[in-house]
Design a protein around this ligand. Structure first.
Ligand code: F6R
Length: 618
């Protein structure tokens, strides 16, 4: 939530242009207001307002700041405290209007701090928690601290999550960035320009060299260099390794597609091919731990949770032990009295920063004094989740900018399936030849999706036109495909703002079926697996009540095709080795359906209403 960008340079560049481009690349993190501050001649120049960046830029010319300015901070907001208004947008200032702060996160003790500062005479103008920070720094500076010491003291008084970036009109040579629980990365062009941002794509066009800030670390940015200190122990030396980012810039930009969501759906084959190359030693480490585990939990949020549901089915098939899938926000409540030592938790997250997941893991580790193993699957190297985990696997989806998760879902399911096959190898529950056949099926997912996207998508727009007037939908399935139904439905909800229920086709008879009338759209996920025959019965039940039946089937399907009004056909062989791959191969069609439905309803699929890519609030 909220995108942060900072730049300090000794080069002759348009600081405003860099700041604007920086937050444009972070717009997926929040897009209800934005602001930029540039420093020149001991003066802060600020432009900010509520609205999307492009609209505000039209009005305020966000790239135009004094041409000599060498320092700017920029912010794109996802409102938490106070509605999206000009006054609540960042940056926020202190009373003297010399200290500017941008912030991502939530300060839990802000009311308490606000009252304290008001007693000291500070005046607040916004509803935000962020505004506390410049006033707190000002308060410490009035007591004699220099800027760095004042920031150290201020952040140590704040309880909560923050990625905070600060500049001061009288300190034109530094930007200060501090993090606790909200991501911050530092990019560096040695000797020239230093950047900080809440995510790497913000500065990727300018540098691939970066540092990842850890909790309680402060970065002091100067033009072309950076120093680090720990705010809990400023005298402790910090050694940080520079990371070289290997993604292409193109991977973080739209590359000719109208939207990131469409581009990222079309990147699924490449992402899957890369994921097939995850080192086997990494997969084996997970497999070994799961094999010897007493209890196994898998936990995540949103799309990552649905990927976990699919993965859980595949792992259970080869592991022969039940895996408990629990949404991360309920993890503590559900397991408060039941979590046992020597359990293993698989935590799945695209961003690795979802706060409910991080809290669930932290809680479990603290409760059992670390006698628990955490395995994480995430798409972001160096994310918070990796730091709380004993073992990590990085999915190879590349940067995902569209707010709705697409390619990362496929790579998460594939990663879990690859771990399942390593378990099968250990347990010898199937022959080596069978393992090879399952492996080939997993490997073929990239080609199947490629083939589908190149040759079979033409009827998706017709289906969208046919469903144009419908605002309620069922997505129904059985077995492993319930995960596909839920994830497919979540996409339609998110980007096309339609109400859908993703449900078990069998269970839907116990209530939901009473909603069905003539023309009610029901999308059946119908791969040719062991649930198929029973699903045929469910399709008939809903058809008999007038449902408009749209089924997702494999190319060779006949029975459900006959019963359906329309079908979406996936070019996939029908045999038992391919049964495990339908959660991956069936999902692109449903993602495309949601994408075109969003366009049909004039909605921006990259920036769904009320959402943000990384949810760092509870
Ligand atoms: C849906 C979506 C969200 C995320 C959820 C978890 O399209 O993007 O539901 O899946 O917020 O995010 P991560 O995977 O980053 O933990």
């Amino acid at each position: 939530m909220c995108g942060i960008f900072g730049i300090i340079t000794n080069q002759d560049i348009s600081i405003g242009k860099f700041a604007l481009e920086g937050i444009k690349r972070l717009e997926y993190r929040g897009y209800d207001s934005c602001g930029i501050v540039a420093l020149h001649d001991s003066q802060l120049f600020i432009k900010k307002d509520a609205g999307k960046i492009d609209e505000i830029n039209e009005r305020l010319k966000l790239s135009e700041f004094p041409s000599e300015s060498k320092l700017a901070l920029a912010h794109t907001r996802w409102a938490t405290h106070g509605p999206p208004t000009k006054v609540n947008s960042h940056p926020h200032l202190d009373c003297s209007k010399k200290i500017a702060v941008i912030h991502n996160g939530i300060l839990e003790n802000f009311l308490e701090l606000k009252e304290m500062l008001e007693r000291e005479g500070h005046k607040f103008i916004s509803d935000t928690d962020t505004e506390i920070i410049p006033h707190l720094i000002e308060s410490y500076m009035k007591k004699g601290d220099d800027l760095i010491q004042a920031v150290v003291n201020a952040v140590n008084q704040c309880i909560g999550a923050y990625g905070v970036v600060i500049c001061h009109a009288d300190y034109p040579d530094i930007i200060i960035a501090v993090r606790k629980e909200s991501p911050l990365v530092i990019g560096i062009e040695k000797g020239k320009t230093t950047y900080c941002a809440s995510d790497i794509p913000a500065f990727l066009p300018y540098t691939r060299q970066c540092y990842i800030l850890e909790d309680n670390e402060m970065a002091i940015l100067k033009a072309g260099s950076v120093n680090f200190l720990n705010v809990l122990d400023p005298d402790m030396p910090i050694k940080k390794e520079i990371i070289n980012i290997e993604w292409s810039i193109d991977a973080a930009e739209k590359g000719g597609y109208e939207h990131f969501m469409l581009k990222e759906i079309y990147e699924e084959p490449v992402a899957l091919r890369r994921t097939m190359k995850i080192p086997r030693t990494n997969l084996q480490a997970f497999a070994k731990i799961l094999w010897s585990a007493k209890n196994i939990y898998i936990t995540a949020a949103g799309t990552s949770f649905y990927a976990s549901l699919a993965g859980k089915h595949i792992i259970t098939k080869f592991l022969g032990k039940y895996i408990h899938a629990i949404e991360c926000s309920e993890f503590q409540t559900e397991l408060d009295d039941a979590l046992q030592e020597d359990s293993v938790i698989i935590a799945v997250s695209q961003s690795g920063e979802t706060i409910d997941l991080i809290e669930a893991i932290r809680w479990a580790k603290e409760k059992l004094k670390k006698k628990i193993t955490v395995l994480c699957i995430t798409n972001v190297v160096g994310s918070s989740l990796t730091r709380y985990s004993d073992e990590s696997i990085i999915t190879q989806a590349g940067p995902e900018i569209g707010v709705a998760a697409t390619k990362t879902y496929c790579t998460q399911v594939l990663t879990l399936a690859l771990i399942a096959l390593e378990i099968a190898r250990y347990r010898k529950v199937i022959t080596k030849q069978e393992i090879d056949k399952y492996y080939d099926a997993l490997k073929s997912t990239a080609d199947i999706i490629d083939n589908y996207l190149k040759n079979n998508v033409s009827n998706i727009k017709d289906i969208v036109n046919n469903l144009d007037k419908s605002s309620n939908f069922f997505y129904l399935a059985r077995g492993i495909s319930i995960a596909t139904a839920k994830e497919g439905g979540l996409k339609l909800k998110e980007v096309a703002c339609r109400f859908i229920e993703g449900y078990s086709a069998a269970h839907a008879k116990h209530g939901p079926i009473s909603l069905v009338r003539e023309g009610f759209p029901i999308i059946f996920i119908a791969p040719p697996d062991e649930t198929y025959q029973r699903l045929v019965g469910n399709v008939m039940e809903f058809k008999a009540r007038g449902g408009n039946i749209i089924s997702v089937v494999v190319d060779s399907d006949k029975v459900i095709t006959e019963l359906s009004d329309r079908t979406i056909r996936i070019p996939q062989p029908a045999n038992k080795y391919y049964n495990i791959i339908s959660p991956i191969t069936f999902i692109p069609a449903l993602q495309l359906l949601s994408y075109y439905a969003a366009l049909k309803h004039n909605l921006d699929p990259d920036q769904p209403l009320n959402l943000a890519k990384t949810v760092t609030v509870h």
